[in-house]
Design a protein around this ligand. Sequence first.
Ligand SMILES: [Zn+2]
Length: 500
Amino acid sequence: MRAHAITVGLVIAALGCLASAGAAAADDLLIKNVTIVSPEREAPSAATNVLVRDGRIVAIGRELPQGIHGSDDVIDGTGRYLAPGLIDAHTHLSDIPGMTFEHELAHPDIARETRRQIPRSYLYYGFTSVVDMMAGQPDVIARWNDLDVRPHAYFCGAAPVFDGYPMNFVPKPFRYRITPYFLFDEARADEFPAGFAPTEHTPEAVVKRMHGDGAVCVKTTFEGGFPGQENLPLPSERIIRDLVAAAHARGMPVLLHANSQSAQTFGLAAGVDAFVHGIWRWDDPGTTGLTADVTKILDAIVHGDIAWQPTIQVLYGERDLHDPDYLSSPELRHVLPKAIVDWYGTEDGQWFASRMRDNPGVARALEDGHWEDLDAVPIARVTEALSYLASRGARLSFGSDTPSAPTYANPPGLNGRLEMRRWLEAGVTPMRLFRAATIVNAELFGLQDVIGTVEEGKRADLLVMTRNPMEDASAFDGIDIVILEGRVLRRSDLSAENGQ
Ligand SMILES: [Zn+2]
């Protein structure tokens, strides 16, 4: 992929500017008289023209090439903005939100229609690239990328320490097959599954294998557990240091699932590159104001230039499941077929919500009719932490964690749009948000030569919008056209309401 990008770069350098790109070829796309908003620019460009050939941006300039006419090839950008497509750096593409494998088998028609819509829903909200965080099977990603209309998917190989989070949720021995990059831990050598060789599960062996399978990043976890799933195995600092060394030797970042004070402290010591959750579990049980200890961690994140994904929608996804009006939200109709929204409302479809209500804390809040209070403390904490980091120029990475659990309240595409609202509520500027969802994510995964800006040589994953996203994040509600590798898609055609 990198070699290909360099080749394209050389071709562009030879062409120089749009006028010298010459006559347009039959499959060219011209976006005329448009204002470019792109994170490497301080301000929007003057009205200009962008020529796309073979799925790449080949020229940007004021002068029009010869030979362009015909309506299909030209988008009139007058009065409109052209932005790079967004990158959602935290998705789980194998899952249908709110459905288990058994539900999917029981309702194949609903599942098929929903699986067809999910990629379109990411595009509907402007996400033209997605990173799957916990892919164990590269074929899931390959099948996704084979779809006709879908954002381009990349993946992190999931390397939890064996039997650690999230392997604990899957029965043995099936868990070892669907999480093939799990790590050996010498301290628990006697519990290591029979039939697997420890030498195949060292950090070096695992990273080498996932790199060969096409992963662009390594994801690991530090998660002690939850009510009902306590005392999960944790990795040692040495294992994660070795994992980081093996990953960096191949140019891959290491991302850590870490939502607690102890997990982010651990990640800083082990030298990981990114935290893929905000810090919402604090040692001090009472307060939502930043404690001295949490502030120290946040300062270290700023100094270490560690990428930080707040993923506040994880918490809203738990809460909104109990909102009696949730399923009638009009926004939902664009990203999920009516058939599955109706199914969510059935007793069967409420399975995860019912399971959560078995938790005494949740049951109590619901008895008082206060579903909005669920997770109020962790939401306040992560919002405080995001505010603090944003004001100090931390490296914020945009990721929605869709879906973070088998909840239907993390709908594809829309969940990212809602995550944007959480950032704005924390005081993040639209400009920072725009950067986090474009160039910051592209650089995190080493994809900055391919995506993340509107520049010559990059893949033509672009958004034509009526408002300026650098000034106003509601611009993402006003996308007119999504351009995917040079292919023009009207946003309205991507809505589940218009699907066939
Ligand atoms: Zn996740």
